[in-house]
Design a protein around this ligand. Structure first.
Ligand SMILES: Nc1ncnc2c1ncn2[C@@H]1O[C@H](COP(=O)(O)OP(=O)(O)O)[C@@H](O)[C@H]1O
Ligand SMILES: [Mg+2]
Length: 134
């Protein structure tokens, strides 16, 4: 069975969102869910920078990609802070759509941790193209 896990820290700046996305692209090149994985990590990294202590001077966040039995686990660990991730009520404003998108794309998603650091995670249920084509 395939079993691997890859993690990397990024500086908590808006420019790092692009880097985090490229990190996903590099490791999931052959996966059919690449686009969904890129979108999810972009949204979660953006949230870490915008809404958690990772966005403060010297802050950072960590992206993890892990193969699990039911697919692919993607997580973004931030440095916490007073606010928690909340699904918005689906208003028409520009904001509040990131986690809606994550919940729509993922088979499961959730948050763990506290004000000292939170991981927002999502599972994409899929198999690698390599396996699917055999
Ligand atoms: N990593 C996080 N840490 C703290 N709060 C978060 C985090 N991610 C999301 N949130 C909270 O959840 C809300 C909804 O997030 P999201 O759906 O991505 O919308 P937006 O980022 O556009 O506000 C945010 O406005 C914020 O209050
Ligand atoms: Mg957001």
């Amino acid at each position: 069975m395939l079993a691997w896990r890859m993690s990397r820290f990024f500086l908590g700046s808006p420019a790092s969102v692009t880097e985090a996305r490229r990190f996903v692209t590099a490791f999931l090149r052959d996966w059919p869910c690449l686009e969904a994985a890129e979108l999810i990590v972009s949204e979660l990294a953006t949230n870490a920078v915008r809404h958690s202590a990772s966005g403060r001077f010297g802050g950072r966040f960590m992206v993890t990609i892990r193969v699990v039995s039911n697919g692919l686990w993607l997580g973004v660990l931030d440095e916490g802070g007073p606010h928690s991730p909340q699904l918005s009520a689906g208003s028409d404003d520009e904001g509040g759509r990131g986690l809606m998108l994550v919940s729509a794309l993922a088979a499961q998603w959730g948050v763990c941790g506290d004000e000292h650091g939170r991981t927002v995670w999502a599972v994409l249920s899929t198999v690698p193209a390599l396996v699917a084509s055999e």
